[in-house]
Design a protein around this ligand. Sequence first.
Ligand code: ADP
Ligand code: MG
Length: 615
Amino acid sequence: MPDVISLLPESIANQIAAGEVVQRPASVVKELMENAIDAGADNIRVVVKDAGKTLIQVIDNGSGMSETDVRMSLERHATSKIRESDDLFHIKTMGFRGEALASIAAVSKVEVKTKTKGAELGTMIRVEGSEFKKQEAVNCDEGTAITIKNLFYNVPARRKFLKSNPVELKHILEEFTRIALSLPGVAFSFYQNDMETYHLPPGKLSYRIINLFNKNYQEQLAACQEETPLLKISGYVGKPDYAKKTRGEQYIFVNRRYIKSNYLNHAVIQAYEGLIPGGTYPFYVLFLEIDPVHVDINVHPTKTEIKFDDERSVYGLVQAAVKKALAAYNFTPSIDFESNVNFDPFAFHKQGGQPKNLTSASSQQHNSSFKKHNPAPQDWQELYKAFENTAPAHNTKEETYTLRFESDIHNISENTGEKEDKTQYQNTFQLHKKYIITQVKSGLMLIDQHAAHERILYERYINAETNSKNASQQNLFTEIVELNAADYHLLKEIENEIKELGFSFSFYSNNTIGIDGMPAEIKAANPKELFEGLLEQFKSNKAHLQVPVKENLVRSLAKKAALTAGLALSIEEMNAIIEQLLSCSVPNYTPDGKSVILMLDLEKIDAYFSTGKIG
Ligand code: ADP
Ligand code: MG
């Protein structure tokens, strides 16, 4: 093999953001692993002792280095990876500065054993604190084994500032995890004080995730896949139910390189809006592939930050792809209902951005039909009939990005507008006045009646709200409500928004208000109680949710006005709820992320009765 390393011209060296490569043991692990990958290895072993403070070893089966190259590799700006300044914009390898090994060698005792493919003999070189000690021919395996001993032995100040072993080890494992995730086709293993703590055979990404994290991650993953001329997105996003209270399992890779980007994380988290409670974080591993010309990797020396020339499009595409992945998962129960369900979640995409049933005309019509019908609280079927064909409030933000999602992942059959076959729901009943149980094609569906109604109302208000003001319905009597001073003041602040929902009230003196109208669809037995509950809920949401006033109000109202557990429902009422729920854009969750539906697949039930275990 010819010598391949040359020194970077000074000008390019300067072009490259300078930076401290070696901050802690984890940085060494990262640089060495990246070098192994760049060398084409498909088996990489990482060994650390004392959290990397006494020993870090990375052993690969990659290209190896020639005698000269290995000597050069330990000098600053020696790299085989770029030669021209233009190359900086077409970086496909992990390393490109040629300063990692030199920096590491300056602050530790390094030994490299390496042999190129097919060579008779390998070479061993030893450098301590940048000082060349020894080089000789040795017998060794093909590939490279680099050993770093006593990091910062000659820089006591740095060594002193290393954190405790558990902390340093955590940083090391973070780097290890990122790299192992980015290359599921490469075998990795991790040894900690002679114990193998990770053994990662090559395989698919899902397999890698399970091996790295936990076996039960398998059921948490929703596949995410999207391709546009600008960007290819693939990977997995965690189902909303599994979101955690702590951050740390969010991974975005651009061209296989792990990056930190608040901007892109925001795009992903936004896609979960309404699906997970505030202050929780979903799992995700997303790979973005983009032509390097659209990327400037060199904004930060540690290479984890990135800039795109068209940030907005990337943001929009990532968000849309995640939404699509979650929607595909969310809609799963719907495929159990055959074509009689008036429901086609993907109509939105098919029709170039307009949900097919959603027009402001139709929703206004519903509002007015409510006024006319003015159904008694027990007339649930009436209530729902009037809303039949109301499509969910799709997030109109999506329209900005005209993505074309070709395939209906689950083959949800097109709504043909056939007459509904009510026999479908004959096997529906209520459990303990709390849950609706119904037979579906794949097994059994359990619905929390309160949660379901909360979701239905939420989408209805959001929907109505975006089209026009909610209709108000006059109370027979003005209801006088005495508030405390703080609530009275708060109400003044949100007066407009609350009136837009359909409430009508006036401020009197002495912190008193008179309520004389309610949103038309609300069937509250006690308007005063509802109003006070709404304010309470609004305040509690405000304390832990970062959402606009209107969103908060709609959520609060949906929660407070939703029918509760303990209310007996007729078959028709239950069926109306099922239908309304399944035409929501996000039927599986309440706006604050609680589950609405539990599916029990026939397969799982069968499995239970044959093996005694579910699933
Ligand atoms: P960079 O990766 O930025 O080029 P490094 O200092 O990390 O700089 O490495 C310097 C050079 O040493 C690399 O360009 C590469 O040619 C060689 N090298 C380092 N590690 C390995 C390895 N594990 N296998 C083969 N070559 C390596
Ligand atoms: Mg490198």
